[in-house]
Design a protein around this ligand. Sequence first.
Ligand code: GTP
Ligand code: MG
Ligand code: ZN
Length: 296
Amino acid sequence: MEQRFKGKIIKGVGGFYTVLCGDGKRFVCKARGLFRKQGKTPLPGDDVEFTVDKKGEGYLQTIFPRENELLRPPVANVDMLLIVVSATEPQPDLELADKLLLYCAKQNIRPMLVINKCDDGSSEISEAIAQQYKDSVDEIGTVSAQTGYGMEELFDRLSGSTICLAGQSAVGKSSLLNKLLGLDLKTGELSQKTERGRHTTRHAELIEMPGGGLIADTPGFSMLESVPAEPEEIPRMYREFREYDGGCRFIGCMHISEPDCAVKAAVEDGSINKERYERYVKIVNEAIETRRHKYD
Ligand SMILES: Nc1nc2c(ncn2[C@@H]2O[C@H](COP(=O)(O)OP(=O)(O)OP(=O)(O)O)[C@@H](O)[C@H]2O)c(=O)[nH]1
Ligand SMILES: [Mg+2]
Ligand SMILES: [Zn+2]
């Protein structure tokens, strides 16, 4: 008799997919040839149905519709993106952080800004970064993967979700992952450091967190080649602009060169963060440039 099960793909290597079931059991399955014909590639994060035949071999039968799909790393159904920046070295690339926030808005993923390398607790730099983003993102964490500062709070916010790490190289994404995997929910103590976060392979893998939930590392090349939105979409993706909706003279105001612009007035009087706004102008112009080249 053939048996049917449901689960979530956590890894796919060479046509073999590891599926994690609700009871914690894992099954390695092959994909049906049908997926290839339909142009469907099973991804880590996919919720699937699979069968196990008499010989005990598993076959993926159904891929349930995806909430979203990331390209790099290739992961489906991501709930949360941890946008990691460093309070020390490397100097934070906040333009990348802004673009990653746009990416979250576009893909309907909850963002969290994680300021790492706060080894002596929160610093002037980390506070300045948090200040810039306080109206743009709900969740901001100040942590140190090295000393463990803020890690338990971070851990608590992540449990149960499917999470991806993102951000420039050397901000400490893999270090954070290792620390998170070593955290024991009950004691908060650190167990032996694992080496699983290291990027030795090119395939994406979701790793089970001790408190429930799954997490994927991303190697530190930028996961974005260009602005992940059309220029006209961008103003609506800035949460701190929303409160000024309808306040500009022109409908569809881009808040850049138009007169009587409520957003620009809010930047002037300090209600909207100036640095975030200046990068916004740069990002919109980049999106316009990209589109121009597309049709050249
Ligand atoms: N001082 C300090 N150093 C840290 C901290 N977290 C990570 N590092 C160091 O920063 C360096 C880069 O850390 P990684 O975890 O490899 O950074 P990454 O973001 O995974 O880098 P890529 O894989 O290249 O994208 C390593 O030397 C870490 O030891 C921290 O909280 N404080
Ligand atoms: Mg890494
Ligand atoms: Zn405006």
